[in-house]
Design a protein around this ligand. Structure first.
Ligand code: IMP
Length: 451
């Protein structure tokens, strides 16, 4: 298989929130120093994702726009595999322009086949959540109903919204979701749903719903186009490509801990589907999986085997600001879970290692790394994507000498890291069979090491 030079893909390697947005931002920034143009492509998820990027001292939370889009000269493509909320998207574009004071991204293209997720989806998801346990951990952004629309074979896509006769399909869509919600005993027009800023307001009646969309489609129309041909031309050119995944392999519906999973293909194979087969992920030169170096974070109800004691967890939560970007929820903190990571590397086909937050380490508290699980009979067992199973097995740990996190803060060369930190990076790389690639030592743009 050919390797497409200058192509990179980055995804979360554990259960989300590994800091990949910031890594993509940095990678794109460096590429932009060398190349005039750059393609940043996102293949999955929607407004459930949250990347925080620091730009000119301002924290910018991105949800649907890939973080690489903040780079001058970037062409940002929102792929077919995404589910997009028009209102949130417009707000995000406006916010980026206000903070960066530039026309960024230089060009934004929305695949006309990407799927819409609307207030109707958010309302139905919320009603369903009240009605049954299944989606208790969802971010409330209507992700699951939008992806279900595709499997049920009646999605509304971006191209349906920008068509002249858009009202016909969107009216049918409203009626369907009103009926579904009504079937569960609620009136969709009265149900409150969140916007990007987490403010809640009612979906409203059909007319109000359509009026809002009418205004939004006029803003978005210029970005929506057929992407496959453009993509093919770009993929066979020399322009650098960065694929940015949302969520993480541990949140994939097939590989994560059900039902605390999202609904998109979070693995690199999602790129194949989203690009309609134009980009085979195996042709991407570097496929980086991102992990928090010394601990693991998780939001939702899932209970993972390597729970950390509350005192250390609280300290890390405070020092690393471990609160959800989209929902503000405090994240659960766990020890590094190698059996889960090894499983995820296998199913996604990652080749390179990215470790973030190397500055979250305390020299008086060794790093606890889970190397194996054992079952009730004391037999060594592997990760399986099943909560019941994971609740029964026990972790086995090794303790590794930690370093003073403050002493590595801002370091941007591998050789300048303390020996203990370098050894730790090499250890994780060997255990996961991933080549060390990027390390981060602080939240600022240049606190990054490219190996
Ligand atoms: P949904 O994506 O809103 O359907 O949420 C499904 C599950 O994925 C929930 O447990 C969420 O907390 C989790 N989830 C979705 N997006 C993210 C993310 O970007 N980071 C961490 N967890 C996420």
């Amino acid at each position: 298989m050919r390797m497409r030079k200058n192509s990179y893909a980055i995804q979360g390697g554990s259960f989300g929130d590994e800091g990949k947005g910031r890594v993509v931002d940095e990678l794109c920034f460096r590429l932009a120093l060398k190349y005039k143009k750059l393609v940043v492509y996102r293949w999955n998820g929607g407004a459930n994702a949250g990347h925080t990027v620091l730009v000119n001292g301002t924290k910018l939370a991105l949800h649907q726009i890939p973080s690489g889009a903040l780079i001058k000269g970037a062409l940002a493509i929102l792929g077919k595999g995404m589910v997009l909320h028009p209102g949130d998207l417009i707000e995000e574009i406006t916010k980026i322009k206000n903070v960066t004071l530039a026309n960024i991204p230089a060009k934004l293209v929305i695949d006309d086949m990407s799927v819409l997720t609307l207030d109707t989806h958010r309302a139905f998801e919320a009603v369903l959540k009240d009605w049954s346990e299944g989606g208790a951990g969802s971010t409330g952004r209507g992700i699951a109903p939008a992806y279900s629309d595709v499997l049920l074979r009646h999605p509304v896509r971006m191209r349906d919204l920008v068509r002249k006769n858009w009202k016909v399909l969107l009216t049918k869509h409203y009626d369907l979701y009103a009926a579904l919600t009504n079937g569960l005993g609620e009136d969709i027009s009265k149900r409150h749903v969140p916007n990007l800023r987490n403010e809640y307001s009612p979906v409203g009646g059909k007319n109000k719903f359509l009026q809002k969309l009418e205004a939004q489609r006029l803003v978005l129309i210029k970005y929506v186009e057929r992407v496959d041909k453009l993509l093919k031309t770009l993929w066979y050119s020399k322009i650098p490509f960065v694929f940015e995944g949302a969520q993480a392999v541990g949140l994939d519906p097939r590989w994560g801990v059900y039902p605390d999973v999202t609904s998109s293909d979070t693995t690199f194979s999602g790129i194949l589907h989203s690009t309609e087969g134009v980009v085979n992920p195996n042709e991407i030169e570097i496929r980086g999986a991102v992990y928090k170096a010394t601990y693991m974070a998780s939001v939702g109800k899932r209970k993972l085997p390597t729970k950390m004691n509350a005192r250390l967890a609280e300290k890390i939560r405070k020092d690393a600001d471990e609160y959800g970007t989209t929902t503000g929820r405090p994240r659960d903190i766990y020890h590094v879970d190698l059996p889960a990571y090894q499983f995820f590397v296998g199913v996604t086909g990652a080749t390179h290692l990215v470790l973030t937050h190397l500055d979250i380490s305390y020299d008086d508290s060794p790093i606890k790394v889970c190397t194996n699980y054992v079952d009730a009979q004391g037999k060594r067992v592997l990760y399986r994507p099943d909560q019941e199973y994971l609740s029964r097995i026990k972790p086995e740990y090794i303790l590794i000498d930690a370093w003073d996190g403050k002493s590595v803060r801002g370091i941007n060369s591998f050789t300048k890291l303390p020996g203990k930190t370098r050894n730790y990076v090499n250890y994780i790389s060997e255990e996961l069979k991933l080549k060390p690639w990027i390390l981060t030592t602080g939240p600022e743009r240049n606190s990054t090491i490219f190996i």
